[in-house]
Design a protein around this ligand. Sequence first.
Ligand code: SAM
Length: 300
Amino acid sequence: MIFGHELSTQLKNGCKNENFLKSNQGNPKTCKKRVFKAFHCEFIGGISIDCKKVIASYWNIRSSTYTNGVNGFDEEERAVWKQIFENSLSSSKRLNVLDVGTGAGFLALLFAEMGHKVTGVDLSLGMLEKAKHNAQNMGLEIDFFHGDAENLPFEDSYFDLVTNKFLLWTLQQPDCAVREWKRVLKPGGMVFAIDGDWFDPRPSRRIKRTVYEWADRFTKKNPHNSVFKDCYGPIRSSLPLYEEISPKKASFLFSENGFVNTSINLLLEVQNFKKSRQSFPQRILGSNSIFLISGQKKIE
Ligand SMILES: C[S@@+](CC[C@H](N)C(=O)[O-])C[C@H]1O[C@@H](n2cnc3c(N)ncnc32)[C@H](O)[C@@H]1O
């Protein structure tokens, strides 16, 4: 695990373009030998930065406090999500599901609970430890792998469903990732991608975010806010959807990369449920909208 001081040294000194995922080739049954692409270093302010190393390092640090509903288990919220997925799936058969950027395993656990066979992939080893721990605690069998959403360690046409939540915004090459998700899907397989407009650049949203951050700092609710800025500040311009994500744009990303029957769900049930649990200041300041894009891989 890379900690704060190592990370800032990396940011100051740049990095070697080493291939740190080489060691993990995934499950030999499900993976064909794929050579991981060398990571793409960006020159930012004259310094070469390996964005993925920075991202993995941030999420390793963040994994110590990241729950996103996994530990704080709110069964009612989970029931709302399950209903949305059940409505979005055309059949009730047991599916082979891949959750990309699984984090602490929110979606992986949910789909496993719904009776599906689930595999989770993440760039951060710290997050994967957390996800494994959560699965164990819930008595669920899920395979977790260290891997990159843009270069998955799985064979073609293997999964029935690829899911991801709050991942698109942090990808360096979203086009490449979407094509990878299509590659590992069986013909007719589905993708569910959930994200939100976290860093909407409009002034009114910036002001709200600044007030929210101050409140966070004051209440020490998110001790990792400054680490987030140190990590994502220098690389955000290399992440095409960091600021520029909207349901329409995300949906276009999928149709442009060969998915058919794409649709947008504004997840009003989840948003209303969350609002019903928020305090008044949270409702006023925390108005991110989230959405689900679904699409299907063409049946040749
Ligand atoms: C905001 S968290 C979301 C985690 C989880 N999906 C959830 O909703 O709770 C983003 C996750 O994406 C992972 N991630 C970022 N870039 C990735 C990539 N290129 N490949 C795989 N995982 C990635 C991070 O390590 C982190 O766990």
